[in-house]
Design a binder for this molecule. Structure first.
Ligand code: ZN
Length: 249
């Protein structure tokens, strides 16, 4: 592992906290503010910054995006306002192996998630209720330190979740009304990594849960770009030499 500091951006639509008192009471510094605080508490070497939809350049001007190693994404009511050009720059950065992506809760319907993973992001949902989060892949780095199950109070998200079959299914949610949901999904896209994680409804307190915090901290480390040992070209290079010539010398 190189000792380079990881540049992490926590992007939040940041509308519910400003428009709805019940959300603001839970997350007075914004959902992104709380996530930043527990990431920094876990690893002081992380370089964490905040970004929001209403910031200039929607929080991700090129000079910020081009330095970002891991992008966390929380959005809900304003997915349609996110600039398509920005979404494409994020997608390319993930595919080129330069940035990992962590999509949280209602981000399942964000342009970023849909474009990067390749899905309409549709699922079923319902009332807030008890959830048991099951650890399905304890050997996975994102599951480090997490017990076989833990309890949450969350908005119901349930199957069918119309996503491509995940490359790794790390967590599964069971809800008290009997429904289940693939809650923690890993995707490899191009040379990059994507983690989707279901908890994080704006009126629930899941981001205060120590296991949720541990999972998100783990996910940042997992999603960080590999030190890829060859240059990745953005295109389809034509091969005009014989690699086998090397054997004939
Ligand atoms: Zn929600």
């Amino acid at each position: 592992m190189s000792e380079k500091k990881l540049n992490v951006v926590v992007w939040n639509e940041y509308r519910h906290e400003r428009l709805e008192e019940a959300c603001r009471n839970i997350y007075p510094d914004g959902i992104h503010g709380l996530i930043k605080s527990f990431l920094e508490a876990d690893d002081a070497s992380l370089n964490v910054r905040l970004a929001a939809l209403d910031d200039p350049d929607q929080g991700l001007p090129d000079e910020v995006l081009s330095e970002t190693d891991v992008l966390l994404w929380w959005g809900h009511m304003a997915h349609h306002e996110v600039d398509d050009g920005l979404v494409e720059r994020i997608r390319q950065r993930v595919y080129m192996g330069k940035m990992g992506l962590i999509v949280l809760h209602s981000g399942h319907h964000s342009k970023v998630f849909k474009q990067v993973v390749g899905t309409n992001g549709n699922l079923s949902w319902g009332r807030d209720q008890n959830e048991i989060m099951w650890n399905l892949l304890p050997a996975h780095p994102i599951a480090a330190g997490i017990p076989d199950h833990f309890n949450l109070f969350e908005e119901l998200y349930c199957e069918p979740f119309y996503v491509p079959q995940p490359d790794e299914l790390v967590f599964g949610g069971w809800f008290e009304d009997g429904f289940i949901f693939r809650a923690g999904l890993c995707y490899y896209r191009g040379a990059g990594k994507v983690f989707y994680f279901q908890p994080g409804h704006e009126f629930c307190r899941s981001y205060y849960n120590p296991y949720i915090q541990r999972i998100i901290c783990n996910a940042v480390k997992w999603a960080a770009p590999n030190d890829i040992g060859y240059p990745i070209e953005n295109g389809c290079p034509c091969i005009q030499y014989k690699l086998s010539d090397k054997f004939e010398q």
